[in-house]
Every structure is written in C-alpha cells, then in structure tokens.
Design a protein around this ligand. Sequence first.
Ligand code: GLU
Length: 372
Amino acid sequence: MNSVIQQAKRIIIKVGSSLVTNDGKGLDATAIRKWAEQIVHLRSLGKEVVLVSSGAIAEGMQRLGFDKRPTGIHELQACAAVGQMGLAQIYETSFRQHDVRTAQVLLTHADLADRERYLNARSTLFTLLRLGVVPIINENDTVVTDEIKFGDNDTLGALVANLIEGDALIILTDQRGLFTADPRKDPNAEFVHEAKAGDLTLEAMAGGAGSSLGRGGMLTKILAAKRAALSGAHTVIAWGREDRVLSRLAAGEAIGTQLTAQTAQLTARKQWMADHLQTAGKVVLDAGAVQKLTAEGKSLLPIGITEVKGEFGRGDVITCIDSDGRAIARGMTNYTSSESRRIMRKPSAEILSILGFVEEPELIHRDNLVLL
Ligand code: GLU
C-alpha cells in the first residue's frame, strides 16, 4: 500500500511531452481523455488537482512540420505558441465532457521570483480551485530565454507544489519510475519503490537527460522531488500509460517510485526565497561564516564575506556560496552589492564609519535566510 496520494488533499500532476504527444506524433487524445476522466474521479474523492502539462513545443513541432527539435530559441518559442493552442483545446474539450472547466495558466520564472506576482499567481490558483476549475499550467515559453527559464516542467511542477502548498506531486512520465542504474544498459538495475526525497544517492542513480521531446530526464525529477519536499509535498514518479494510474494511486496502490518528504516545512516567505532559481548576485562565504550559518543557526555578517559577485539592490534575494562555489543559503540582503563590497571582511562595528550609515549589523538576518 502506498497511502501518500490516497491521503493527499491537493495534488499537482505533471505530464511529460512524450506522453502528451504520443512520442511526438501529435496530441494523444485518448490518453488525455483518460487522465481527464481520472482527474475528475480524484475530484469526486474531495481532492483538488492542478495539472502541469508539457507538450507545447512537441505539438508545435508536429504542426509546423519540424522533424527535429529546432535549435534556435525563437523557433522553439514559435513552436510553443502554436502547440499551446492545441494543448488548451484538447484539455478543455476532454474536461468539458465531464462538465468541468479548465483554465490556462502560463508562468515564467520571473513571475515567481517577484513577490507580488508570486502572491497573485497563488491567489489566482486558489480561486480557480475554489471555483471547481482544473488549472492547466505550462511555462510561458514564448517570452522566456534560456537564462530565465524554469528549464523543464518537472521543476515547474515542484515550484507549483510549493506555491500552493500541495500535498503531493505526481510526475507522469514514459518510464516506470527510478531504477538503481539505467535498466537499458545494466541487467542488475533494480526498481526503487520508495526512498527519501533529497537522498543524495538518488541523484547518482538518475544520471543523464531525458527524451529528445521534453527537457527533463530522471535527474530533474529527483531534483524536483527534493524541491517539492521543501514545502512538505511527497512525489510519485510513475508511468503515464499505466492503466488507470491516477485512480489506482488515489486508491492507495503502490505504483512507480515514491519519494517521501521528510524535511520540516519552511515558512511561506522562506519557501519563496528558496524557490529563486536565479538570483541577481552571490556572496562568497569564508569557512567560519559557512559554519555559523549551517551549524549554529546564525545570521550572515559582513566579516564572513570574501567576495561579492553581480549587482544587487537592498532587499534583493541573493545566494550565499562557499569557496568551492556550492550554494549554501539564499536570503534577502540589507546592503546593495557596492555597499557589500565596501563592508565585506569588516566587523559590523565599522559599518558606520565606512558607509556613513548602518542599515543593520547583519548583511542577511537569520529571519530572512534559508539554508539550501
Ligand atoms: N514547456 C515545454 C513544453 O510545453 C516543456 C518543458 C519540458 O519538457 O519539461 O513543450
């Protein structure tokens, strides 16, 4: 038995491009109709469901006659714009048969990094759920370039789980779940039924990229599970073509790989900071500061900083890295990048004489800091 989906009240379901478009042959109406039917069933059990669907680019490629994924960003964006019409249409039609409305929600990374837009997206999604609508989310591919992308919809699914405090994330994919090694290459590969989200050994097992249609391989799914676990959401990775997969999961059947969240839940504001995929700037911490942050639960003082990278303003979310470049924490800074450069390596008592004012003795106060 696998009760995480059975017990979950709010579920985010992510379906990948290969599944949605029948491996790039065009929208798989039968599969989509079946998922819609099952989602309607889940709702009848009292669950709220948000769907994150990929497939816009794959469907657009098909409609525009590309047989290979274009490399130019604008061609990809054009494909996404064309394909998204097909996605919206087929979901609306499939749910209409059950008298259920759908809503298209296209998000960018910048939307979720901006506190106000983040709160707006959150309120809109809650309102849609309250009105009994199934939100269908995708990345707003036409307006984003590589540096500001979520990158893949597995990550987007996890961020949505955090945004609306989902209890579970179901990632439907073209594989049955996670194996200890690549089952196509290693006959000793064993299926992983259950593990802890965030367990580092999983990342080693998951290896390389996914299919040529979607962006996410098994590794992005493992990382998405780790991310979703930050807000307490459990993840199940399962084969989307498995018969009645969603209804059976909801009935408590153990299907796919379950990655259980065990971390304590972050507060909403800390969650928002942790979910910044990119930040304007970084500060490099010396070993003492790393120790103070990670082991002693202390704030970040200017004296513990050895370098300031990038340009940022007061109140921006920045990343704290160690001398090897590993991200340790994220937090809201009390000083701009140029002020930080002047006060780094200095005791806080000297801030006044250096800058002529003191905002706070800390560069980042503990209450505004989240460990990664
Ligand atoms: N947003 C992209 C699409 O709809 C997919 C990204 C992904 O494959 O994860 O085609």
